[in-house]
Design a protein around this ligand. Structure first.
Ligand code: NDP
Length: 406
């Protein structure tokens, strides 16, 4: 059977369109291009960008805590693309860096804090929420202090280094009547959201086997790598840092929680990995019959990919959880119907700004956020189970009835 593929028809349409455009635009340029047009000029603000809230609707102010790589390279620049949020304050242990960053982003020095003086944020009405971007083991302390200061919290992944700390964070936020959101940026990534929606629509039939692999080679001369291999600050190795994307990803792709976990950590002679694991593999069983095999590594070339094999088709996300350029591909047996990402016409994703605005907008709508503290705690509990399975060599039950199990 020969049919015109999606790509053939798209190409034909585009060719026709470009041909017509070419003729029309040449005529237009000839008619309307006087020499005076060759000068620099301004253009109106694009209509497509949503305007700021009307006057009187003050933007939602964030205090960013910890000015490391992720904060400086991804989060602070994203405020320029936010609809409803703004950078209000900075918290850092390095005052000179904090002043420099403040000047760069237009933050008044009156809104700079250090870790010892952090609790003074309670008296700063420009701060609505605190975004914690510290090494993992410091998340719980600063989240609880922020809740007690009356602020909402956005906390980076992993939520904490133990489920007990996660519980303390949830209680502190609840007692303060403030929201606690986890920085699962992929929950705000249109590609991952599209993949989850396609699976709900049974695009691959019934999902049976899921694979998740996340790795990167740590550069040990980088301070950002050093705390990641120090258990007291990281709580664990590649699983805590990278594997968590697969643990969480399998849950939102399948919309289900696993009921049993097995795992293996291979021995290593590398002295960098005395305290935490480099590589780890795990297997998860789900009540629906689905199985997940996942891996993470700190010593293999960078990758982030998910695969879902269903009874009718397969789906690949590769890259799955990158900062930019994630792709979802649905693969069928018939070559001509093998789809790739252009068919989904997903706009350039901006997970970072989307995540920052989500907290502000969910609060304005009086709704819970998409990535709650309870969601973050479930992953930390599963990570604890994976470590226990690897340590004991036995399957560990994780059938404790989370909300994704209904
Ligand atoms: P970095 O090491 O680059 O930055 C951490 C910052 O925390 C430091 O610059 C420092 O800021 C502050 N800090 C306070 N106390 C300590 C300490 N004892 N040791 C080291 N740093 C300290 O880490 P990252 O930015 O890469 O990661 C920070 C958090 O963000 C982690 O939880 C990580 O998992 C998460 N993350 C999330 C990503 C995502 O895609 N969602 C991507 C990358 C990281 P200062 O000098 O201002 O005090």
């Amino acid at each position: 059977m020969t049919t015109m593929s999606v790509h053939d028809s798209a190409t034909a349409t585009r060719r026709t369109f470009l041909g017509a455009m070419g003729a029309a635009s040449t005529a237009m340029l000839a008619a309307a291009a006087p020499a005076s047009a060759q000068r620099a000029t301004g253009r109106p603000y694009p209509q497509a960008i949503r305007p700021l809230p009307p006057d009187g609707g003050r933007r939602f102010g964030y205090a960013v805590v910890g000015l490391g790589k992720y904060a400086l390279n991804q989060i602070l620049p994203a405020f320029a693309r936010c609809r409803t949020s703004r950078l209000a304050a900075l918290v850092s242990g390095d005052p000179a860096k904090a002043r420099r960053v403040a000047d760069q982003y237009g933050v008044d020095h009156a809104h700079l804090y250090d870790y010892a003086g952090f609790d003074r944020i309670a008296n700063d009405p420009t701060i609505d929420a605190v975004y914690i971007i510290l090494p993992n083991a410091l998340h719980a302390e600063f989240s609880i202090r922020a809740s007690r200061a009356g602020k909402h919290v956005l906390c980076e992944k992993p939520m904490a280094t133990s489920a007990a700390d996660c519980r303390r964070m949830i209680v502190a936020a609840r007692e303060a009547k403030r929201e606690l959101m986890i920085g699962y940026r992929c929950h705000y990534d249109p590609v991952n959201r599209k993949a989850a929606a396609l699976l709900r629509e049974k695009t691959v039939g019934t999902p049976r086997i899921v694979t998740t692999d996340n790795s990167d080679v740590l550069a040990f001369d980088d301070p950002s790598a050093q705390w990641r291999v120090t258990r007291a600050l990281s709580g664990g190795g590649s699983l805590m840092d990278l594997g968590i994307y697969g643990v969480n990803g399998a849950r939102y792709l399948l919309d289900e929680d696993p009921v049993e976990v097995r795992a293996m950590i291979p021995p290593t002679d590398d002295p960098h990995f005395r305290e935490v694991e480099d590589r780890i593999s795990w297997l998860m069983r789900y009540r629906s019959g689905a199985m997940v095999h996942g891996s993470s590594s700190f010593s293999t070339a960078a990758t982030t990919r998910f695969g879902v094999q269903g009874t009718g088709a397969g789906m690949r996300l590769d890259p799955a959880t990158g900062y930019y350029g994630n792709r979802v591909i649905v693969e069928r047996a018939e070559g001509a119907q093998s789809w790739s990402d252009p068919i989904f016409t997903i706009p350039e994703p901006d997970q970072f700004a989307g995540q920052l605005d989500h907290l502000a907008e969910a609060l304005a709508r009086k709704e819970r956020v998409r990535s709650t503290g309870e969601e973050g705690m479930q992953d930390v509990r599963l990570i604890e189970a994976i470590y226990e399975a690897a340590r004991t060599g036995r399957p560990i039950s994780t059938d404790w009835g989370n909300w994704r199990n209904g």
